[in-house]
Each structure stands twice: as structure tokens, then as C-alpha cells.
Design a binder for this molecule. Structure first.
Ligand code: NDP
Length: 285
């Protein structure tokens, strides 16, 4: 069987830990090896100025698809043929899939988060507080809203981005969203079921950075989730654990977006445990 190639246009800035190996490549290749899949997943750094040519190259070589990261997630849309439902609502693509002659853009970030959240709690009917309004927050906000969350409070430093995400959720999903400007320690109100950090606070090397949150407002019946994959045990996760909350680290999101991408490209549902183990080795968990 001929090898198929997936490529990854840009991983710049996604992972700051100076690991010898690229974590996403290592994670996906571990799954390929485990399942005997004769596929390859390679990392190439492509800036916005060469993105069109890179996508044309992938098309010419019949690649099954590719992931893309900042700064290419929005720009790539003009070079492909269509969008999946949530990518179209989110307005960003992190995973491109060849379907017949077409390259279709999907967004697996939010789907990955949702899958890992659903292992702990079904978001349907739940009230959510989410810190952040960047790319990850947009993907998560849209997916949890489409999965039936009733109310999402978006807490963000920049008012403009926060308002924009609030409007997106209110206009394009059945959920109700509100925006609160992040000014000092935020207190989570009673009745909130899930608290999510979708900012980059806590990402290596700023591992001691503190999320401005009144920890006394957390209660043991809340789920606290963090998108930060490196380190997985963020300060927020440790603080929430100490208060008896159920916690969800950023590795779950990373692994599950990988599973979904591989499923799109190969049709095979791979074992997430193998992928998580490889990431834990890299991040010395
Ligand atoms: P963006 O740059 O699009 O957004 C960053 C967000 O963090 C913004 O809301 C920004 O607020 C906020 N922020 C950053 N620093 C601070 C600070 N000091 N105080 C308050 N708010 C702050 O990044 P992404 O959304 O793409 O990524 C966010 C994180 O998600 C990254 O760390 C990334 O590693 C992680 N991620 C994890 C994935 C996984 O699979 N586990 C997948 C994708 C992303 P403002 O709008 O005010 O600037």
C-alpha cells in the first residue's frame, strides 16, 4: 500500500516547550504505528505568504489532508473548496480533509474539547463560564453551544473580542451567551456547572502564571477544564483539584482533536490512550 502524506503547514508558537520532537507529530505517528497504518504525518512551517502554494502542492500530491495552526487558520479558507458546519460557524479551520476532488475545512479544536468534556459531563442543559475569546475559545464556545449548553458567560480581557464571541454564540447557536469584561478576580456564580480556561495563561514557560479567579467561588460540584496542554497540570487544575472539583486537562482536547483528524483522513478510529501516553512522555508527566 503506498504511503499517504499529511502535512502540517505551521505550528509556530503552539508549543513553547523546547522538546526535541514535535508533540503533535509524535502523538499522531504513535497512533499510526500502534494501528499499523502506513501513513505519515509531517511538520512543515509555512507562512501566510506561501500558504496558497502549499495548499496547491497538497492538492497536486493528493495528500489526504493537513492541520493548520496560527496564523493560517482563517487565511487557509480562501484556498480550499468548502467548510464543515462548525468550521463555517467558527470562521476558522485547523484541519483540512480531502473528500473526492475537494479540500474541505473542518475545525477539530472545539470537537476535541467537547469529546473530552463529554467523558466527564454532558454539556446539554449546563451553564458554562469560559475565560478567553481567542481561536480556542471560539471553537469551544460554538461546539458546547451546539451540544446543548444553555448559557455561556464569556470572560475576556479585550472587550471587542469578548463581545464578538458573545454575538457569534447568540446569533449562530441555540445557546444564550453573555459577556463580562475581565477586571480583577472573577467570581463564579452559583449554578455554574463548568468553568473553562480557554486563554493561553499557564502555557510553558509561564507555568506559574495565575488566572484571575476567586478560588473561593469554586465548588466541588463544578467541572474545571483547562486547554493548556503543556504542562497538563496547570496551576488552575491544581487549585481546582484542591477544592474538590472534577478537572479536565488540555491533553484530552489535544488527543481528541487528533483522533477526529485521523478519522477524517484515514477512516480509522485510533486509540487515544496511545496518543496520550506519548504526550505524557514528552511533557514528563
Ligand atoms: P489566541 O491568541 O487566539 O487567544 C488567546 C486568548 O487568551 C485571548 O482571549 C486573550 O485575551 C487571552 N489571554 C492571553 N494572555 C492573557 C492574559 N495575560 N490575561 C488575560 N487574558 C489573556 O490563542 P488561542 O485561542 O488559539 O489559544 C489559546 C490557548 O489554547 C493556547 O495556549 C493554546 O496552546 C491552547 N490550545 C490548546 C489546544 C489543545 O488541543 N489542548 C488546541 C488549541 C489551542 P485578549 O483577547 O484580551 O487578548
Amino acid at each position: 500500500m503506498p504511503d499517504e502524506l499529511n502535512f502540517l503547514p505551521s505550528l509556530t508558537g503552539s508549543f513553547a516547550k523546547p522538546a526535541a520532537e514535535n508533540p503533535t507529530v509524535e502523538m499522531v505517528e504513535a497512533a499510526y504505528r500502534h494501528h499499523g497504518l502506513h501513513w505519515r504525518y509531517i511538520n512543515t512551517e509555512v507562512g501566510p505568504e506561501n500558504l496558497g502554494e502549499a495548499v496547491a502542492g497538497a492538492r497536486a500530491m493528493n495528500w489526504a489532508g493537513f492541520n493548520c495552526s496560527l496564523p493560517n487558520k482563517v487565511e487557509v479558507i480562501q484556498h480550499i473548496d468548502g467548510l464543515g458546519e462548525s468550521a463555517s460557524v467558527i470562521g476558522a479551520v485547523n484541519c483540512v480533509v480531502r473528500r473526492g476532488e475537494q479540500l474541505i475545512g473542518e475545525n477539530t479544536d472545539g470537537k476535541g474539547f467537547l469529546k473530552s468534556l463529554e467523558e466527564i459531563v454532558d454539556p446539554a442543559g449546563k451553564r458554562i463560564v469560559m475565560f478567553g475569546a481567542g481561536g480556542a475559545a471560539r471553537a469551544i464556545g460554538v461546539e458546547v453551544a451546539l451540544a446543548g449548553a444553555t448559557h455561556i458567560t464569556i470572560v475576556n480581557r479585550s472587550e471587542e473580542r469578548g463581545q464578538e464571541l458573545m454575538a457569534l454564540v447568540n446569533d449562530k447557536t441555540p445557546a444564550e451567551a453573555a459577556f463580562e469584561k475581565w477586571d480583577g478576580d472573577h467570581s463564579v456564580t452559583d449554578g455554574v456547572d463548568v468553568v473553562i480556561n480557554a486563554t493561553s495563561i499557564g502555557l510553558y514557560p509561564d507555568v506559574d502564571a495565575r488566572l484571575a479567579l476567586n478560588l473561593d467561588s469554586l465548588s466541588a460540584d463544578m467541572v474545571v477544564a483547562d486547554v493548556i496542554p503543556n504542562p497538563p497540570q496547570t496551576r488552575l487544575i491544581r487549585d481546582a483539584q484542591a477544592r474538590g472539583c472534577k478537572v479536565l486537562d488540555g491533553l484530552g482536547m489535544l488527543v481528541n482533536q487528533g483522533i477526529t483528524g485521523i478519522e477524517y483522513w484515514t477512516g480509522v478510529t485510533v486509540d487515544g490512550g496511545v496518543m496520550r501516553t506519548r504526550l505524557e512522555e514528552l511533557f514528563s508527566v
